[in-house]
Design a protein around this ligand. Structure first.
Ligand code: ADP
Length: 469
């Protein structure tokens, strides 16, 4: 742990294991409420000075952290792969994109502007200024164990906030690597603190300690709801990036080559373990057979294995529980009439590998059509009309990402407006960039990360009226 600029040990350690080999990655010191409280106090002290320096100065420090990350790209990437399994080339890309968030917010830190409003009474001068919310608590998941941290701490620190991060228990060494970059870049003590350990106790302290003014969380919808309930106690602000159930709609006028590779990318990258992973592939009836065959063929080329091997396309799932959930969803779908076109089973006798899977004849009443899969399974649903598919695509409590492939401009525009999702990718499988707002509607979350909105999430607007005689 890293509290008030010092590395901290406790009398308790927890093991971290590699999901590809089940071998020990390392052990970390863990804590709970006491360490969280101490870290919050340290952030509280550090806030006084951190908020008082210029945005430009804060930003320059963040840009330095990004440089440190890029210098250490190989060792950080290796840690990502060992802790959560993604292929090393994807892990390197994650480090670079994680650094890009710090850099972008580092640049934006000097561009936090206020406003001057026209008065009704000309003796008055009306202004709006933006100030940091204060100390923040950040809780991150394991699926992007590096970029989720920088996506939260980048805007928070740029805004002038200080805070405490609790990473996922399966990827603490990745968080340690990032905090080493903070340390090497010379971040003042207490500005960013790392507390590893008992999630419930740390989460409870973050939501009940009145010093903490905001909770920013990425993870499951259930934990997000719990944190929101607890945050209500002190009316803490919240940003929640929760589950998703992305529809991927392929119209008959789509470029099929592009659509197939986009399904592969959005479904099988990270072994399907991203909140914006495709969960339902809707294919128009007239192209159903051709599309399904092409997809099954493409999926057969995905090389599954230990992410440390350079030519691996897809690594394991994160743990046994994740693997069992996928097995269960596939078994349930198959017993209700879905056919397995590709994959459909575990792979190997070590690690948590599951073959890239394509299901055909899936229907809306199956659990896979409703529950987030978080695994490498692409269920194909057929549809007849645009109107029908929009209704079915929107028929979920989730609303994070929706994808659509069509060559028709008018249809693209209709999809853009009608899909009830926080983000829509039209003929684009990789729309995420640091300067765009990332986030969901409905039960997929509240608030945005990325872009100017992401920075404002960590700031309060203050309205001032000065009357002169
Ligand atoms: P996943 O199922 O993907 O691991 P979770 O929502 O369980 O998603 O985990 C995301 C993050 O939330 C992790 O850092 C985890 O330790 C943390 N977490 C889980 N339960 C709680 C809780 N009760 N309070 C605070 N944080 C929690």
């Amino acid at each position: 742990m890293y509290i008030n600029g010092k590395w901290r040990e406790t009398n308790k350690k927890e093991e971290v294991r590699n999901p590809a080999t089940e071998e020990l990655v390392g052990e970390v010191y863990v804590g709970g409420q006491k360490e969280a409280e101490e870290a919050i106090q340290a952030a509280h002290e550090a806030f006084k000075e951190w908020r008082a320096i210029s945005g430009q100065e804060r930003g320059n420090l963040l840009i330095k952290v990004a440089e440190e990350m890029r210098k250490a790209v190989d060792s950080i990437a290796e840690m990502i792969t060992k802790e959560m399994g993604k292929p090393i080339s994807d892990a390197r890309r994650e480090v670079i994109s994680g650094a890009a968030y710090l850099e972008w917010y580092g640049e934006e830190a000097k561009r936090v502007y206020g406003e001057v409003l026209p008065p009704l009474d000309t003796k008055k001068h009306l202004m709006v200024i933006r100030q940091p919310v204060g100390v923040i608590g950040a809780i991150t998941p394991w699926n992007f164990p590096v970029s989720m941290i920088t996506r939260k701490l980048g805007p928070a620190l740029a805004a002038g906030c200080t805070g405490v991060l609790k990473p996922a228990p399966s990827t603490p060494h990745c968080a340690i690597e990032i905090f080493r970059c903070f340390e090497r870049a010379g971040l003042p003590a207490g500005v960013a603190n790392l507390v590893i350990g008992d999630a419930e106790a740390i989460g409870k302290e973050m939501t009940s300690n009145p010093i903490v003014k905001k909770i920013t969380f990425t993870g499951s919808t259930n934990v997000g709801k719990l944190l929101m309930r607890n945050a209500a106690e002190h009316v803490q602000k919240v940003s929640m990036e929760l589950g998703g159930h992305a529809p991927f709609i392929v119209f008959e006028d789509a470029n099929l080559d592009d659509a197939v590779s986009a399904v592969v990318a959005t479904k099988f990258k990270n072994s399907g373990q991203t909140c914006i992973s495709t969960n339902r592939v809707y294919v128009q009836e007239s192209i159903l057979d051709e599309f399904s065959q092409r997809l099954a063929k493409s999926v057969a080329d995905i090389k599954v294995g230990d992410g440390m091997e350079e030519d691996t396309d897809m690594g394991p799932l994160v743990n046994e529980a994740a693997l069992s959930k996928v097995e269960d969803q596939v078994a349930k779908a198959a017993s209700s009439g879905a056919s397995i076109v590709a994959g459909g089973k575990r792979k190997g006798d070590k690690g948590y590998f599951y073959a890239p899977t394509v299901l055909a004849n899936t229907t809306d009443d199956m659990s896979i059509a409703k529950e987030e899969t978080f695994g490498p399974v692409a269920p194909i649903f057929s549809f007849k009309t645009e109107e029908e598919v929009v209704e079915r695509a929107n028929n979920t409590q989730y609303g994070l990402m929706g994808y659509c492939f069509t060559e028709d401009l008018g249809r693209s525009m209709r999809m853009m407006y009608q899909l009830e999702y926080g983000m829509v990718g039209i003929n684009d499988a990789a729309p995420i960039v640091p300067h765009a707002p990332f986030g969901g509607v409905k039960e997929s979350g509240i608030g945005r990360e990325g872009g100017t909105s992401g920075l404002h999430e960590f700031m309060e607007e203050k309205f001032i009226s000065i009357r002169s005689s």
